[in-house]
Write a protein that binds this ligand. Structure first.
Ligand code: SF4
Length: 157
């Protein structure tokens, strides 16, 4: 089961969006120099349709996007919850997924997502805000992935 350790409203993870970033635990990726080692433990509250609907009721008017930060141990659950967000009518939000895997699982349905970040954290290359990063941020339009990694770097002060 997916669990979330905490969440926060953030402005720079996805360009032009006010994002509720939900930090998922039980990360299997074990990146050297991990910025959030507590997320490797299986801790936190279950992330379900019910918990997402509570977050939508509480923050739906203040945000434009919900982003799953992690969840690589259960990509099918991520897809299921992305489909829930895509179909729900509590508050219209875009859907993002920050995965630490270099590639998506082959059977993932892209239509339920608006943004996907791929790539593990490699210490000497840096995260998405680094010019040398190996990580990529994509916008999803009609099932196609457009690389917008540079947009993120350019939006920084
Ligand atoms: S994907 Fe993120 S949370 Fe997981 S080990 Fe790598 S840096 Fe840490």
């Amino acid at each position: 089961m997916l669990r979330y350790a905490d969440y926060d409203i953030v402005f720079q993870e996805i360009p032009d969006e006010i994002t509720l970033a939900v930090n998922l635990s039980n990360c299997p990726n074990r990146c050297k120099g991990c910025h959030s080692p507590h997320l490797m433990e299986d801790v936190g509250e279950p992330l379900t349709e019910e918990s997402l609907s509570l977050l939508l009721r509480k923050y739906g008017k203040a945000i434009t996007c919900i982003c799953f930060m992690g969840g690589d141990a259960s990509p099918a659950e991520i897809e299921h919850l992305a489909e829930y967000l895509y179909r729900q009518s509590i508050a219209p939000v875009k859907v993002g997924w920050y995965s630490g895997k270099p590639e998506l699982p082959p059977d993932i349905v892209l239509n339920f997502f608006n943004y996907i970040k791929l790539g593990p954290y490699v210490e000497h290359l840096g995260g998405l805000k680094s010019a040398e990063t190996n990580q990529r941020l994509y916008r999803i339009e009609k099932g196609k992935m457009e690389d917008i990694t540079r947009r993120l770097a350019l939006s920084l002060p």
